[in-house]
Design a protein. Structure first.
Length: 166
């Protein structure tokens, strides 16, 4: 089975929009940044209303800007940098990603870069609409699109993965 799709800047930006909180640590960090953002905004409003010193206003404004950045913009910056790194490395602005499920291994090809993965490294599989995420035990995830199979189908691939994991 083979999954193949073209990676573009727009596609990678959609990956940033798909960002979800995973694990307790990320949820806690999200809550902390929300609280700091509320403190920053409240402090800024009260500092301006009470004609506080400029230093207090600057501190609350900075706290607000950092919290808003971490909550809403940081992931887009990360994915933009990742795209620039890949496009510079490959020397192209768009490239094909192919994930091939062979009998003994999974081969991931990004333009000219090839990685070989073992089925035994698969920890879990998550499906959401057309997207399939295969999480590996080395902090890596394979992204597949159900409609991007050029050989076989997602159902056949899922069966093969489950058979290989038994």
């Amino acid at each position: 089975m083979k999954n193949q799709y073209k990676i573009t800047k727009d596609l990678m930006q959609t990956w940033a929009k798909e960002y979800h909180l995973h694990g307790a640590a990320n949820v806690i960090l999200f809550i902390i940044w929300c609280v700091l953002g509320i403190i920053g905004i409240s402090g800024l409003i009260f500092s301006i209303a009470l004609h506080s010193e400029w230093m207090a206003i600057y501190i609350y404004a900075l706290l607000t800007i950092i919290a808003v950045f971490k909550l809403f913009l940081a992931r887009f910056v990360v994915w933009s940098k990742r795209y620039k790194l890949y496009s510079t490395t490959y020397g192209v602005s768009e490239w094909i990603r192919t994930t091939e499920f062979l009998d003994d291994e999974i081969i991931l090809t990004d333009h000219t870069s090839v990685s070989k993965l073992k089925y035994s490294n698969i920890e879990k599989i998550k499906e959401k609409n057309n997207v399939v995420m295969i999480f590996m035990n080395n902090n890596m995830a394979l992204r597949l699109y159900k409609d991007a199979f050029v050989e076989g189908s997602w159902e056949e691939c899922k069966k093969k993965i489950n058979d290989m994991l038994k």
